[in-house]
Design a protein around this ligand. Structure first.
Ligand SMILES: [Zn+2]
Length: 71
C-alpha cells in the first residue's frame, strides 16, 4: 500500500520550518527551524521541537518561502 509508505516519510528535512505551538496553552508562536527553542510569552513554557503541540496536519515550510514575509 502506498499510503503506509507515505506516513513513514514524516522525517523533518533540513531547511524546513515547523510550526511551534505551546503544548501548555496552545499559543501559536512562530514558524521556525526544528532545532530552535522558543519561550511562550503567555505561560513561559519553553517550546522545542520535541514538546511542541503538533497540529493534526503537521505542515512544514521551506525557509525561503516568500509567503512568510506577508504576515
Ligand atoms: Zn504557553
Amino acid at each position: 500500500m502506498k499510503k503506509a509508505e507515505r506516513q513513514k516519510d514524516k522525517e523533518i528535512r533540513p531547511g524546513m520550518q515547523v510550526e511551534f505551538i505551546c503544548p501548555k496553552c496552545g499559543t501559536h508562536l512562530a514558524w521556525a527551524l526544528p532545532d530552535m527553542e522558543m519561550n511562550c510569552p503567555k505561560c513561559g513554557n519553553w517550546v522545542t521541537n520535541e514538546n511542541r503541540k503538533k497540529p493534526k496536519l503537521d505542515l512544514m515550510l521551506p525557509t525561503d518561502d516568500d509567503q512568510l514575509t506577508l504576515f
